[in-house]
Design a protein around this ligand. Sequence first.
Ligand code: AMP
Length: 368
Amino acid sequence: MTFTTLGLSDSLLRALANTGYKTPTPIQMKAIPAILSGGDVMASAQTGTGKTAGFVLPMLQQLSKGTKARPCRVRALILTPTRELAAQVHDSIITYGKHEKLSSTVVFGGVNINPQRQKLNHGVDLLVATPGRLLDLYQQNAIQFDDIELLVLDEADRMLDMGFIRDIRKILKLIPKRRQNLMFSATFSKDIRQLAGTICKKPIEIDVAPRNSTVETVSQNLYWVEKEHKADLLSELLQETHEQVLVFTRTKHGANKLVKRLGKDSISAIAIHGNKSQTQRTKALDEFKRDKVQILVATDIAARGIDIELLTLVVNFDLPHVPEDYVHRIGRTGRAGGSGQAISLVSREEKKQLRAIESLIKLKITPL
Ligand code: AMP
């Protein structure tokens, strides 16, 4: 199948030709026609599956047909849990929407609100936002919601995990009832289904990653190691590879401590977590992407949604408390058909977490 057969316009196909993508990914094959048909869509897909293009492309096509946004209004609202994801979705809009005559912007917290207010003045066709900042802008009368035709909740599961449910409910009350709804989530838990029930009308369900299953191309192993020896073991493992590695810690403090420790062993590492400013987070991610540092140490929330390609190894320095986070974490390796490895350093105290993860993924993680 090619992008042409999916019913995308010539101008979008031209933008796609520039990206070098040859064939649509499974989520794109299913989501693009479904969204173009105008129905609500509920899709289960992780980061790395190409889901962003899966909704951005058909949205651009739909919006190109209508009239441009009025001042202080938006026609399509895309909500994301993190600033990084918001920025990435907006980058995709710019890339794929290169030849469309549509306006877009991105708003998120942690940076000055005034430039964002100004950008909304003339109205935008597509707005990518994190929920809190969106509500701040609404309260400051910088934006009105009456022209919204299309709503996207990206990484809905993470939005719930991060406690955005109240903000989302507030936003839902403020926007028009008649609209197209698209919901994307890595996993479809009971809570997500419940939320979907209040948002979507008879959604077309798309499932490209079987629920709570782990990617088949990722080999998953563990080392039993006492807490105080984890850093030594990690350092040894990292010295054996020249590849870039994503390491997960449970806490922000743990991430900082680990970066310092690896530095002592001459391993270049950088941390990304919620206590860092937006500028620091962008810089860290950029340095990792440009291969200036070998190791990115991240907490679950900070790592969510960030687009780093082709990692062959992900290390869980600590196991996550929420088993679903394990699935998200290892989804960062073995993407796009390549093979990957996930190694977990597990201490005696983490046995319970390990069992919970194994029962979620229905797989025993074997020691190396
Ligand atoms: P996402 O799952 O949306 O975060 O996308 C993950 C990565 O896949 C991004 O870097 C995209 O640029 C890339 N991508 C999206 N669609 C395709 C495609 N059809 N072929 C190859 N790469 C793609």
